[in-house]
Design a binder for this molecule. Structure first.
Ligand code: PGA
Length: 261
């Protein structure tokens, strides 16, 4: 795992935008795994800014897969993650809606939605680059504490903490759906490169548990320790509980120029 300690969310956004653009430049058919929530927004805004400025790669051949989706929202609801990712990123990059995927949360198809999503990811050749956030409780996508480390895409029940954390997007915690479809930890582990972003003091404890704690279903994000190519980018506040922070900073400063992220 590479731990990249940076000063601010802006610096992280710029570096993650570089990583994403490099992947798309090298392979115009890149399959991106996309996270929603607040954390990746500065990165998405940076990608859009560069695209508008004409300095970014062509996005025409890129396919995207969201990590998760709420169950029980009316179709087209503005807080559905498919609507969110189109509004926050893919429409502005000019990626056709047909290439932008999320788990199908329509009620009638719920029993098979996970299997169908896994098949769609596989048919696209798997996710090349997966952007991730982390919950204040260490959840990854919507894999709450106790999620099987081998889990596939499936339905999950959100914890009270997550519904509280996400209430800012709705009127109140009660309006946050109770159920979600989420890529499993096993699904996420199959992506070729994981890029986890954590910013703000509220994530400090979860980051320390994920990076320096034991690999455990009690901290789903700790599964990054099992992945052959995981990059974790933290700002100062999110890094504040890391015991080996000075070592990570030393490693990053000494990173050989030829070594990409
Ligand atoms: P956030 O959510 O980026 O809105 O903090 C992250 C998460 O819950 O995984």
């Amino acid at each position: 795992m590479e731990l990249v300690p940076l000063a601010s969310a802006e610096e992280i956004a710029s570096l993650v935008a570089d990583i994403v653009e490099l992947a798309v430049t090298r392979d115009p058919g890149t399959v991106l795994g996309l996270a929603t929530g607040s954390t990746p927004l500065p990165t998405y805004q940076e990608l859009i800014r560069r695209h508008r400025a004409g300095s970014g790669p062509s996005w025409d051949g890129v396919t995207t897969f969201n990590l998760d989706e709420y169950v029980g929202l009316p179709p087209g609801h503005e807080q559905s993650y498919l609507a969110t990712i189109r509004r926050e990123l893919t429409d502005d990059l000019g990626i056709e809606p047909a290439r932008v995927h999320g788990p199908d949360a329509a009620e009638a198809g719920l029993p098979t939605a996970g299997e169908r999503y896994e098949a769609a990811i596989e048919a696209a050749g798997g996710v090349d680059l997966q952007i991730l956030g982390i919950g204040t409780n260490g959840h990854l996508a919507f894999n709450e504490q106790g999620s099987s480390l081998g889990s596939p895409t499936r339905i999950k029940t959100l914890t009270a903490q997550t519904r509280l954390d996400n209430a800012r997007f709705f009127g109140s915690p009660d309006e946050v759906p109770r159920h979600v479809l989420t890529q499993g930890i096993g699904t996420i582990l199959r992506a070729r490169h994981l890029v986890l972003i954590a910013t703000g003091a509220g994530k400090a404890e979860a980051v320390a548990a994920a990076v320096e704690g034991p690999v455990s279903a009690s901290c789903p994000a700790s599964m990054l320790q099992l992945h052959p190519h995981a990059t974790v980018l933290v700002d100062e506040a999110a890094a504040s509980r890391l015991e080996r922070l000075s070592y990570y900073a030393e490693v990053y400063a000494a990173k050989p120029g030829w070594q990409a992220h």
